[in-house]
Design a protein around this ligand. Sequence first.
Ligand code: NAD
Ligand code: ZN
Length: 253
Amino acid sequence: MEIVSRIDAARIALDALIERSTRIVAFTGAGISTECGVPDFRSKNSPWQRLKPIDFDIFISDVLQREEAWRRKFALDDIYGHVQPGRGHWALANLVASNKVVGIITQNIDNLHQASGVAAEHIVELHGNGAYATCLDCGKRHELGPIRRDFMATGAAPICGDCGGIVKTATISFGQSLPEAAIQRAYEMATGCDLFLAIGSSLVVYPAAAFPTIARQHGARLVIVNDEKTPLDDVADIVLRGDIGDIFEPFAA
Ligand code: NAD
Ligand code: ZN
C-alpha cells in the first residue's frame, strides 16, 4: 500500500490510474458531498450526531416518532435540499460520459450523482434516495411536495392513497434491510471492474464497506480517496490522502 498525500502527486497518480484502466467503478460516501454543504455522518458538526436517525422498527411501530422523522426530514431539506454537485461529482460525470467509469455505487442519499447528469442505469444507490418517498407496502412512489403540503396542514404522517400503507422516504434506515437488487448490481460492478475508487467513505458501514475488498479480491486495483485514515487503507493499492474536490478537480472541468 502506498500513501500519496501531496496534491500534485495525488493528481498525477489518479490520472495514471485512470489512463490505464478501462472499466472503472466509483464507490462514493458522504465525503464527496461535504464541499457541496452536506455534512458527512461522522464529523463533529454533523446534524446526525445531535439528532440520531430514527431506527426502522421505531418508525414503523411509533406514530409519534414517524411524525418526528417527517418533521426532521423537511427541516433538513430546508437546509440541504437545494445543494448542487461538487467537483467530485462533476469529475465522475465526465468519466462516465467518456465511458471510463462504468458505474457508481453510492452510499449517499442526496441525489447529487443524478444532478450532475449521470443516468440512473450507471448508479447503484445502496442506501436509497431522499428526494422522494415510497409506500412500504405496495412500493408506489410518492413525491415529497404533496406529502409536505398535507403534513404541514394536518401534522399527520403520510399514508398511501392506493393501499393505506406507511409512506417513508426512499432511504434505508438503520435496521432496514438493503435493497437486494442494488446489492446484486453493486456486486457485479465490484467483481467486473479493473479499478475501484473508494471516495469519501469512512468504510465502516457494512455491507456497503465490503465492496472495496470484494473488488480487490476479484483483481481490481483498489484506490481509496479520503482525507483521513480508513480501516481498509492496508488493503488498498494506493491511498490518495487529501480533499476529494482538489484531487478530482482536473477531471471536473
Ligand atoms: P461518513 O460520514 O462515515 O464518512 C465520510 C468520510 O469522508 C470520512 O472518512 C471523512 O474523513 C471523509 N471526507 C469528508 N469530506 C471529505 C473531503 N472533502 N475530502 C476527502 N475526504 C472527506 O460517510 P459514509 O461512509 O458515506 O457513511 C455515512 C452514512 O450516512 C452513509 O451510509 C449514508 O447513507 C449516510 N449519509 C449520507 C449523506 C449524503 O447523502 N450526502 C450525508 C451524511 C450521511
Ligand atoms: Zn401503497
